[in-house]
Every structure is written in structure tokens, then in C-alpha cells.
Design a protein. Structure first.
Lengths: 375, 375
């Protein structure tokens, strides 16, 4: 199989990831932070070790900044809902995934915030600056678009936000594990990412790295292991936002994924993915019956449509010859509108560390077979 | 090791649970509901199969009622926050875990609800009935106390709630997998449980079985795989409450845990756990320096304190001889207050399917060694 759906979830996982899952119910099978016996303490230490690995991978100021959530969606819901206060004005880009847009739509429907969408076609920082109001309290940006790999200037956006004292949330779902991200040079207050995409872990865990976070409220609340007598969650990070039992197996799997990435080398991942993407892009562009959206991007997914054959049909034909791609809107209707796909969306190819260079040629040949070029 | 901390998380897991985790990143390693290729469809089918297994295990009206969450805490946050409307009066028992109490404390602090705590010492249904107001819209009860195994008459409470048109949420964290639960005889609108305790799955997944649920609002929002163009989550269950990528490995592990339970037989689990618990209880009661709280309960954990040695110290000494128990408040300060433990809480023993009958005598001998009876 040629798996080009790494933006949905990376596949296959490094063998160490499976081993970590099993350790999470074996030697680390106790409930971390919920007991003083050796099995619980071992689990707590293993989880803390992964927290350190995450902090180290992203140059976070401390492991305590790393909040484990159930996924990127929960991380973004956490960051967005705890950042806002009533009457706040919020800016989001025209590339955002529904995991960013829907929490904001909801807050707006409830009358808590106003939001505005800034365009990313031109000078993004300037577009944001023009839209700032006295009550603008939050800017959200994806780092890399999940449909075309469009790269937002998050460092510059972050610098503007820091200068103006505005919270900045970055959705790194499309970049974490594919591009270097250092919180020492990226001034953001919350960096959110899933464990199971570029970071090579499994679904069931995500991260919100909170840096100088002024949480306006609690998020999920419940057992915290500490301060049990209090009516509120503990005020310290990460406990404040980690109610209930942590998903040890998925956390350990994420740690294993990060160690694999570190060992493999992020520079090598980037170079390999970029080369494969470029070759695929070239092949798609050579066909006059296909339209490739934003072909000049260097990272992330490739998005295309055919002159007449619908995306779902193309994805189905590719599946029949053993190629996994994803058709439709990719939970990012804003981004689809921005790049101008037709109703029904487009076909997305997303490469990953598990792909082999030869798969570009193989894919292009299979595509020609199931979708012969129309003249 | 003698593992008597099954109320924190069950240990060890059946071998099939580890195998299911690996299948969740192998043959079912696609993103379920996020693509039409075979790997994604296989994952979606495997997840649906687990939904059916859960529905079948609890006699739920349909697999669509089964909402997968990140755990029982998220399930209870979901049920409680989507059940209430402004001005509502809510009743919770004096046995509730912080996963129930803290969401309600928070809603009360925000001025959205009033809550009242009903006592469980006497005729519970009557105590609830006396507290009903015109605006009472929600009653919450744990099925089995997570500290002493106290059993609440949830069927009768549910009947009252149904009669009065009040939503009823059951926290089954302490009972699921230990006692039979059938939604055909238990009239509740939401049954919440973790995957990793009695159901023998792993941390990272929980369930909220919603039955005749009138959700007043959305919960976590984000990508839904379907209806991507909408600003809101899909209205149908389970999609409405399942934003973002589902934790396939943990879901498959839960399915494996349930199949193990079904094969082993819940009646046998109950009989074995009851026998072991009774023998432990008898041994604890035979010592005059220990106080056992509610020794007449037949299920769930055993809770005790020593005349002079603090719970943490006892748990530490037991750990030194290879016995895992949990000391403190067990995230249930309400329940501790109800049963009257001193400051610092108590020591909890919680047995499970993984324990051997001989561990009762072994434990009691070890306890006598590390904590000789004082006269």
C-alpha cells in the first residue's frame, strides 16, 4: 500500500511506539499521580519523562508547561475557551481547521466573543494589525495549512501579539514533527498539536504547551490527585488542565514517537518529505486535466482536483489500487474556500516519514492508470 | 506483587487488551471516519464494532447511543454540562467523586445552577423527592461509591426521575465491569464509565451512554468528519459529542476488555470479588486497632484507618512489601466526609478480576507484619 494520508494520522508507526503502548499497561500500568505504590509511581515517572521529552523537542520553558490532552481538538478547545473573556475580539486566519473555527463560532453564538477572519494571501502581519481593536485579546493561526501546506509567518504574528499583549494560539497539527518548532524563537502562548500525526504517537493524546498562560477559567474538571478537598482544580500547571486519569499508554507512545524523530533527525525528515512532495507535485502539474492548489508551497499536503472526475471518485479508484488519500473538505472548509476548491472539495496527498522515495513514481503511474489524462 | 488498587486502574490487563492496542496502530491504523480508503474504513468498522460491544454489554438501545470520550471525567463533564440550563437546580449524592462534584461546583460558581447534596444514609429516593423543586432538572448519582462500595438504589432513583421528567446521570466508574448494569432496567439518561477500570481497557477512553438525551449545548467541538461545512457539530449521536480523532487503540482495547469479561462471565467476576472482599473485610475487622468504614457493603473497595498510624504511612509500608493500595481522599472528599474518615483520609483496598483468592490471606499476613496489631 502507498499511504499518502499522513495528515489524517501517520502510518505506519515506528516499532518502538507499539512497545511503548504495551509498557503503558505493563511496567507502567499503575495510575500516575493516583497512588504512592511503585506501579503508580513508575507510571508517574514515565509520564513525567515524556513531558520532559515534549518540552525538550519544542524548546518549551519547562516540562510543567506541557499539558497532555486527549488530542489536538481538546488542546485547541482548552486554549481557546480558557483564553477568552466576555466581550473579547478574536482573530483567526482564513486557513483554520474546524478544531479552531468551531470553538470560536460557538463562543460567538453564545454572545461571548466577536471574531474576524484575517486573510493570508498578502502581508499577514499587516492584515492582522489592521484588524486589531482595543478589545482584541486572542489571535489564532495554524502553522501549516492541513490542506495545502501553506505556511503562516507564526514567528512574526507572535512578535506582534507579544508587543500588543495579545494571547497567541498556534495550531501546529500540520507542522509538529514535519518542521522545526522552537518556543524560544516562536513567541506563542499556546502551541497545540496531536500526538498521532507528525509526532508519530497514537490517537488519544495531544499537547497544549502553555507559555505565560493566563487561563481565564477552568476547562474539564474532576479528580486531580492533589488538592482533592478543594472545590476547584489546582492552580498550577499542568494539573490545572489535566482532570482525570491520564492516558499513560498514549503518552508513552508519544514519547517513543518523539525519540524516534530525534534519532532519525528532523532535518532528514524535512528533506525527505520535501523531495517526495516536490516530485509528486511536479507529476501532478505535468497533467493538464488536474488543478493543483498552491503548488509552490514546499511542505505539508498536496491538494488537487480533476477537470471532471469528483474527488471522492478519484480517492475510491486510488484505494482500489492500494493508494490511501483523503478526499473532501478535510474538516477545513475555511481553507478550502480560501484556495478556491469547488463544491465537494479536493483530493489531498500527505506524505510522511514512512514513505519511500520511489512511491512518487509509483503513485503517478497508478494515478495515470486509474485516471488517464484527458486531453 | 499484590495489586489491590483496581479502583484506580485495573491491573494486569488481559493479554487480548495489549493485542488490541497493537491492532489499533496496525491493521486498524487509519483514522476512522476521516477517509474512504481501506485503512480508514477498517478502523471505522473496528470502532463501530466496539460501539456495538459496549451497547450490548449494557443493553443500550443502540450503538449510536454510545459516545466515546477520553475517560469517565470527560464523560461526566459532557453529561453534566450539556444537561443543565441557566437557573436549573441539580441534586447530587453525598458520595460523589470530584469528577461529578467539581463540574457542578463550577456551574454554581458561574451562577448557572444551584445544587444541593442529598444524603444516602436513609431512604435515598425519599431524600431526593423532598429536595425536588420546580426547577430541578438533573439528578446525579454514583452507582457504587469509589471508597467503600456503598451501593446507591439507582434503579429507583431513575424511576423517580423518569416519572418527574428530570434528567438522571449515573457515574458507573465503580460498578461497570463489577456488577451487572442493564439500561433496560436502569432508567438513566447518561451512564458514564471509564474504559480502564472494571471494563479492563486502558486509560484514554471512557463512555457516555446517552439515552433519550436532550443535550442543551455542544461539548468539545472541532472536526467531525461529516457536515464539515456547518458551523456546528452534527446533531446526531454519537458524532455530536465526538469532535476530533477517536482514540482507536484505546477503543479497541476496551472492546477486548469487554469481550474478556463476557467470556469470563460477570457472575463469576462478582462472586470471586465478593468472596475475596469478604475475607479481607473479616481480617480487617478482626483487628481492634483498625476501623473499617461501612464493612457491611458487599461490593467495591474496602476502606480503613488505623488508630494511630496515618494512611499514607500504612500504604508506604505495604508498598515496601509489594502490596499496592491507595491512601488519601481518592478524589472523593464528599464521600470521605459522609463516612467520617479523619483528616488525611484512609487506606483503600480494591480488588479486581486479576486477584487470586489466596491474596486475602497473604495480604492480611503482610499487613500484620508491617503494622503489628496494637493492643
Amino acid at each position: 500500500m502507498i499511504y499518502f494520508d499522513n495528515a489524517a494520522t501517520s502510518y505506519p508507526k515506528p516499532p518502538a511506539v507499539g512497545e511503548a503502548l504495551l509498557r503503558g499497561i505493563g511496567e507502567y500500568g499503575g495510575n500516575p499521580g493516583r497512588g504512592g505504590h511503585r506501579l503508580s509511581l513508575a507510571a508517574a515517572e514515565a509520564v513525567y519523562d515524556c513531558r520532559c521529552t515534549v518540552a525538550d523537542f519544542f524548546d518549551a520553558p519547562s516540562p510543567e508547561c506541557v499539558v497532555f490532552t486527549s488530542g489536538a481538538t481538546a488542546a485547541l478547545n482548552l486554549a481557546i475557551t480558557t483564553a477568552v473573556r466576555r466581550g473579547m475580539h478574536v482573530l483567526l486566519s482564513d486557513r483554520e481547521h474546524n478544531a479552531v473555527a468551531r470553538p470560536l463560532y460557538r463562543l460567538a453564538r453564545e454572545g461571548i466573543i466577536d471574531y474576524e477572519i484575517y486573510p493570508t494571501g498578502g502581508d499577514v502581519v499587516r492584515e492582522i494589525e489592521r484588524r486589531l481593536r482595543r478589545n482584541t485579546g486572542l489571535v489564532v493561526a495554524c502553522h501549516v495549512s492541513n490542506i495545502t501546506g501553506f505556511l503562516l509567518p507564526v514567528e512574526a504574528i507572535g512578535a506582534l501579539c507579544r508587543e500588543r499583549g495579545i494571547a497567541f494560539v498556534v495550531d501546529a497539527a500540520g507542522s509538529a514533527g514535519h518542521l522545526p518548532i522552537s518556543l524560544s524563537s516562536l513567541p506563542c502562548n499556546a502551541l497545540c498539536a496531536p500526538g498521532h500525526k507528525g509526532l508519530l504517537g497514537v490517537p488519544g493524546v495531544g499537547i497544549a504547551i502553555l507559555n505565560g498562560w493566563e487561563g481565564k477559567r477552568e476547562f474539564l474538571v474532576g479528580g486531580s490527585g492533589v488538592d482533592s478537598l478543594s472545590h476547584t482544580m489546582p492552580s498550577a500547571l499542568p494539573e490545572r488542565y489535566e482532570a482525570g486519569t491520564l492516558p499513560t499508554p498514549a503518552i508513552l507512545a508519544l514519547g517513543a514517537g518523539l525519540r524516534h524523530l530525534r534519532h532519525y533527525g528532523l532535518a532528514r525528515v524535512m528533506a525527505e518529505e520535501e523531495r517526495l512532495r516536490a516530485r509528486l507535485c511536479e507529476g501532478l502539474l505535468s497533467r493538464r486535466d488536474l488543478r493543483v492548489y498552491e503548488p509552490d508551497n514546499r511542505h505539508g499536503p498536496l491538494l488537487f482536483t480533476h477537470a471532471t472526475v469528483p474527488p471522492e471518485e478519484i480517492a475510491g479508484r486510488l484505494d482500489n489500487v492500494g493508494v490511501a488519500v483523503r478526499a473532501g473538505y478535510h474538516c477545513a472548509p475555511l481553507a478550502h474556500r480560501t484556495v478556491g476548491t469547488p463544491p465537494g472539495g479536493a483530493v489531498r496527498l500527505s506524505v510522511g516519514i514512512g514513505n519511500h522515495p520511489r512511491e512518487a513514481e509509483e503513485f503517478l503511474a497508478l494515478l495515470s492508470r486509474v485516471l488517464p489524462e484527458t486531453q
